[in-house]
Design a protein around this ligand. Structure first.
Ligand SMILES: [Zn+2]
Length: 306
């Protein structure tokens, strides 16, 4: 394994450490102290052009801090773009999934209601058959009453007829109940079927939207991920780990921020003038003492956006 010299990470907190240049990296960045602007421009091109890959040494400590800062800021820009794409797309598959679940639920409910109406229709038919049978029996008993031999037989048949009449009344009552239930169910089925159709239309729209976004952003996302990987080659593992950690914990996934109006672009706390100077020197990786984000000046930002 190649011997690595770690890049010094300083906080913007006033301290002797921040003022004193780290001896090993000072040698590496000495050549960049003069004409910083030119160096930044030149290196910005190096960072974005993949053709210089072969020039990258295994020992990433040989890469100047300035170049690392540019790579870090580029990486942040690219990763933020990927975040944006994923946020836009991220909600749509969930919305589509929710709609699919809701539709499946509605379909099951409508199916159950249809089964219930079929059962009620069958019950009504059964009761109507019972009524018809009872009427037939009444007719039979009335005929028999014409040929009775005594009052006892006659009364017995009268009781049977009364009983069958009660049966008919009961059936009538049940049929009415079933018919009311049936009407309610049918209204509910209508309501849910309309809702189901609405949801199906929504799903169609969302699915098309999702397909369009995937088609639109797939290539862009792949290009960005490739660009991100290229930038990562300029950054040593220890810094990348820090970057990833800060990004994960930071709101909006920002690990590298610009100084804006003398303040940290991430948490907006003021940065002491001495540390702003240190940040502008591009000799150290300096993090915000409040939020821990890596700070860069407009020199680095302009180098990336050229
Ligand atoms: Zn901050």
């Amino acid at each position: 394994m190649a011997k690595t010299t770690s890049t010094p990470i300083a906080t913007s907190k006033p301290s002797k450490l921040a003022k004193k240049p780290a001896s090993k990296s000072a040698a590496a960045s000495k050549k960049n102290i003069t004409k910083v602007e030119e160096v930044v421009e030149e290196e910005a091109q190096v960072v974005v052009a993949p053709k210089v890959k072969s020039e990258i040494s295994d020992d990433k400590s040989e890469i100047t801090i300035e170049k690392k800062l540019i790579a870090l800021y580029s990486l942040q820009q690219v990763d933020s773009q990927v975040d944006k794409i994923r946020i836009i797309r991220g909600e749509l598959p969930l919305e589509v999934q929710d709609l699919e679940d809701e539709i499946a639920g509605l379909e099951t409910r409508v199916d159950n209601y249809i089964q219930e109406t079929l059962a009620m229709e069958k019950s009504i038919t059964d009761k109507k058959n019972a009524e018809r049978d009872a009427l037939a029996l009444i007719k039979k008993y009335e005929d028999q009453q014409m040929n009775v031999r005594n009052n006892r037989e006659y009364d017995s048949l009268t009781k049977e007829i009364e009983y069958q009449n009660l049966e008919i009344q009961l059936s009538e009552k049940r049929i009415k109940e079933y018919q009311i239930g049936l009407e309610l169910k049918r209204t509910e089925i209508d309501t849910f079927q309309k809702l189901l159709q609405d949801r199906k239309n929504d799903l169609e729209i969302k699915r098309n939207e999702l397909d369009d976004i995937i088609a639109e952003t797939e290539k862009e996302e792949l290009d960005l991920i490739k660009n991100s990987e290229e930038n990562r080659q300029y950054i040593e593992d220890r810094l990348l780990t820090a970057y990833t950690r800060i990004r994960k914990n930071a709101r909006n996934g920002l690990a590298v921020v610009q100084i804006e109006r003398d303040a940290c672009g991430g948490c907006f706390n003021k940065i002491p003038p001495q540390h702003q100077l240190d940040i502008r020197m591009h000799k150290k990786i300096i993090v915000c003492e409040y939020c821990g984000r890596i700070l860069v000046d407009d020199g680095i930002v302009n180098a990336v956006h050229l």
